[in-house]
Design a binder for this molecule. Structure first.
Ligand code: MLT
Ligand code: ZN
Length: 460
């Protein structure tokens, strides 16, 4: 056991799994950003809530910082342990604890992967509608820590809307039972919502009660080719006016090129600069409406081509063109922007952002995609082979400052759904006022007076 402080922890908690092998420290100390060199003290894998509480008390007594850890699919460095922290991985706490048919809730341990929670809901004839590409690895706890959005927000909203209750082990080791699945509760501050999107800075979410809903209707998937960026929001308006949209996502030809480099067939004979994949509830009437929306867009010069899925397999193929983007560009260790503005502010912001990035990034490949129906854009800058990562990041940081200024003018956010973590920390002030950040610090001091919970993330 390399660090003597760990002896006490191992002695007090004989069932606790502790890992200190170099390979484990590297594996559990990083997330998908891969920008920081992992250097945790050790990895603790508790099996019970009581063990999590004991770990937090030990961390307070020994002045050890804790990094809560789920599937580590995060893209903002929120789960990075690079300074001798104890990583507390919830991966063993991955059970479904209960289903309530009357309340329509599913209670799970926080380490359960999103996909398993979705499958458990389906097994009860219902749906947990939060969904995104990393569903197989991302944990429910991690999705709560970042208020994850994903591909169904346009229809169902963010994670926040679906958390009926959660249990939080605070920075002092206290266990709080928040929300308790009550539909109505006007008894003061809703502390549950402070834990959501807190990125583990207030405590560790150990359990969640997920609100479920009716299963999704049968759907159709349509892929549209667009001639211009300006057409995007108008196509969105045309489809939203006629259909019950389940998803409305956009990507560029550059994104498509990277996905197709990993396999699959080009969807159209010609290439087009922009694409939209949309999914909508399908019945006879909606198919007519979808066709009408498509024809309207073609007639107004907003779309240049389109294809509608004729089978589930084809729907999946169309979705792969959008969902495969992150993985297809991973080898370039992209610098990621994840920004949002109000949907109404989207056209003006898009025009400004496009000009800004074309001006500032002539030397880099820029991959645009995202959840256009939520006002959320992902802008991935690809590191050229051979360029030192530090130089690349420094240049991207310079441009992010300019982008942050544009976002501030348009009333937007520097993090739509990935969290602030380490990556966006310098820009928090463009999204939140000084008074708000001061209030956040004060709240952290209440939940985590010794500052052991994920220090250095969100703010210093
Ligand atoms: C996505 O929408 O695919 C994700 O948020 C991931 C990303 O930005 O790479
Ligand atoms: Zn996304």
């Amino acid at each position: 056991m390399p660090d003597p402080r760990l002896h006490g922890l191992a002695r007090d908690l004989p069932q606790l799994r502790l890992k200190t092998d170099l390979a484990d420290l590297e594996h559990y100390g990083r997330d998908w950003t891969r920008r920081w060199t992992p250097a945790p003290l050790a990895i603790a894998l508790p099996g019970t809530v009581a063990e999590v509480q004991a770990i937090v008390r030990w961390a307070n007594a020994n002045s050890v910082a804790i990094v809560p850890s789920g599937g580590r699919t995060g893209l903002s460095g929120g789960a990075v342990a690079a300074h001798g922290e104890l990583v507390v991985s919830l991966e063993r706490m991955n059970r479904v604890l209960g289903f309530d048919a009357v309340d329509r809730t599913l209670t799970v341990e926080a380490g359960i992967p999103l996909q398993l929670a979705q499958e458990a809901a389906r097994g009860h004839g219902l749906q947990y509608p939060v969904d995104f590409a990393a569903r197989g690895s991302a944990s429910i706890g991690g999705s709560i820590a970042t208020n994850a959005g994903g591909i169904r927000v346009v229809r169902y909203g963010n994670t926040r809307e679906w958390i009926a209750g959660l249990k939080l082990v605070t920075g002092t080791g206290e266990l709080l039972d928040l929300g308790r699945a009550l539909v109505k509760d006007s008894s003061g501050y809703d502390l549950r919502h402070l834990a959501i999107a807190a990125e583990g800075t207030l405590g560790i979410v150990v359990e969640a009660t997920l609100r479920l809903t009716d299963p999704p209707p049968p759907t159709n998937v349509m892929l549209l080719a667009l001639p211009s960026f300006e057409a995007l929001m108008r196509v969105f308006e045309a489809f939203r006016a006629r259909l019950q949209l389940q998803a409305f996502e956009f990507f560029t030809d550059v994104a498509l090129k990277h996905v197709l480099a990993h396999g699959g067939q080009a969807p159209f004979a010609e290439t087009h600069p922009y694409y939209v994949v949309t999914e909508f509830a399908s019945d006879e009437a909606s198919e007519v409406e979808a066709l009408a929306a498509f024809e309207q867009c073609m007639g107004e010069g907003l779309a240049s081509d389109g294809v509608i899925s004729a089978s589930d397999a084809q729907a999946q193929q169309l979705w792969r063109l959008r969902e495969g983007i992150t993985e297809s560009v991973a080898r370039y260790v992209p610098y990621k922007n994840d920004v949002s503005v109000r949907i109404a502010a989207m056209p003006a912001f898009l025009a400004e952002a496009q000009a800004l990035l074309a001006r500032e990034y002539p030397q880099f490949e820029v991959v645009w995609f995202g959840h256009i129906g939520d006002g959320n854009l992902h802008i991935n800058i690809l590191k050229p082979d051979g360029m030192a990562q530090a130089d690349f990041v420094a240049d991207c940081e310079r441009v992010t400052k300019v982008l942050a200024g544009a976002l501030q003018r348009h009333g937007g956010s520097i993090s739509a759904e990935h969290g602030i973590g380490l990556v966006k920390k310098p820009y928090l002030g463009c999204t939140r006022s000084d008074a708000e950040i001061a209030a956040m610090r004060a709240i952290k001091a209440v939940f985590d007076p010794a500052g052991v919970m994920n220090p250095g993330k969100l703010f210093d």
